[in-house]
Design a protein around this ligand. Structure first.
Ligand SMILES: NC(=O)c1ccc[n+]([C@@H]2O[C@H](COP(=O)([O-])OP(=O)(O)OC[C@H]3O[C@@H](n4cnc5c(N)ncnc54)[C@H](O)[C@@H]3O)[C@@H](O)[C@H]2O)c1
Length: 324
């Protein structure tokens, strides 16, 4: 059985659905601060509580035959992490330690960690592979970087085996539209753009139109949520087969500018998307694109969503059916 922390959130809930459809038995721990109970599929136990609570963790590990933890739970607003860093270090780093300590007490030694390209900071080379220097430029990225360091130390000292997956931009939803992206507040480009297309928001802000990129707007790498889910399952399989701890980037290896994303959102929705150009935001690198060659070679990962149109079609399906 797999304990999925943050399994009522965006990426976690898609992993839980994927797991269930691939013969795994997940159970979810989520405090619902940002998650949605409607996102957890019927039949999957949802424990509403905080991952930093050692007593609750002891109860969970005693009650369920858990062999691995897939750890999505975190706060993930970069801007807020700058104004309230304590919230990020306490939840993303300190509460994660509580999970690792509970695993130690209960002899559970397999851990899959949601890391992020934000642990790299400003790109020195693009595409970025796993050997790219790590110099996070905000407390969110640091809070995740610290966990990676803790995992390396635990893996050397104790029996823990981990896989840290450094995601680039997660995007899209369940192709059937049963679940999808629902952050409050929403800060991600694609859902905001599609909500403008639907008339739920008046316009979208484009931050920076004078970058050194072909159209002047920032370039990002978008990876479909089901391709992320597949990578987690492959990482877990590898640990269960006895592999050592490891770290992988997860991205599509394709860069799309903000203007290109908006153009595809207009094409998929068939609606015009009103935009306003704003100055650059501090800390936004011009171009973030992954090299995910290692995940393909070592995990046998084969992303199935090859272009952004197909990813945005699933996001649009969700926006049209959204129920949370
Ligand atoms: N969305 C992206 O593009 C992206 C990119 C890189 C990394 N990540 C990482 O992936 C993970 C999931 O991101 P998401 O977009 O699904 O975010 P999300 O906010 O939708 O999901 C996180 C979930 O964790 C829960 N949670 C937070 N703190 C908790 C605690 N102390 N105890 C129990 N539950 C808690 C929240 O309620 C929420 O349901 C995060 O760790 C995030 O840092 C996301």
């Amino acid at each position: 059985m797999i304990l999925v922390t943050g399994g009522a959130g965006y990426i976690g809930s898609h992993f839980v659905l994927y797991c269930k459809e691939h013969g795994e038995q997940p159970i979810v721990l989520d405090n619902l601060v940002y998650g949605h109970k409607e996102a957890v599929p019927a039949g999957v136990p949802l424990i509403v509580g905080d991952m930093g609570d050692p007593k609750l963790l002891d109860e969970i590990f005693t009650r369920y035959p858990i062999d691995a933890v897939v750890h999505f739970a975190a706060y993930a607003y970069v801007g807020e992490s700058v104004t309230d860093p304590a919230k990020y270090y306490l939840n993303n780093t300190v509460a994660t330690l509580a999970v690792l300590e509970a695993m130690r007490r209960h002899g559970v030694n397999k851990f899959i960690f949601s890391s992020t390209c934000a642990t790299y900071g400003n790109p020195v080379t693009v595409p970025m592979d796993e050997l790219h220097p790590q110099a996070p430029i905000n407390p969110y990225g640091q809070s995740k970087y610290f966990v990676e360091q803790i995992l390396k130390a635990y893996s050397l000292a104790y029996s823990l085996k981990f896989v840290a997956l450094r995601y680039f931009n997660a995007a899209g939803g369940d192709p059937e539209g049963r679940i999808g992206e629902s952050h409050d507040p929403e800060t991600h480009l694609i859902p905001i753009a599609l909500q403008v297309a639907q008339g739920k928001r008046p316009q979208i802000s484009v931050f920076g139109t004078d970058y050194d990129t072909p159209d002047g707007t920032c370039i990002r790498d978008y990876i479909h949520i089901l391709d992320l889910a597949q990578a987690h399952q492959l990482a877990l399989k590898r640990l269960r087969e006895g592999a050592d701890s490891d770290i992988f980037n997860l991205g599509s290896e394709q860069g799309y500018s903000v203007n290109e994303v908006l153009r595809i959102c207009e094409k998929v929705s068939g609606r015009k998307i009103a935009r306003v150009n704003e100055p650059r935001r501090a800390g936004d690198p011009p171009r973030l694109v992954a090299s995910a060659a290692k995940a393909r070679a070592v995990l046998g990962w084969a992303p199935t969503f090859q272009n952004l149109d197909a990813i945005i079609e699933t996001a649009w399906k969700w926006e049209e059916k959204r129920h949370y």
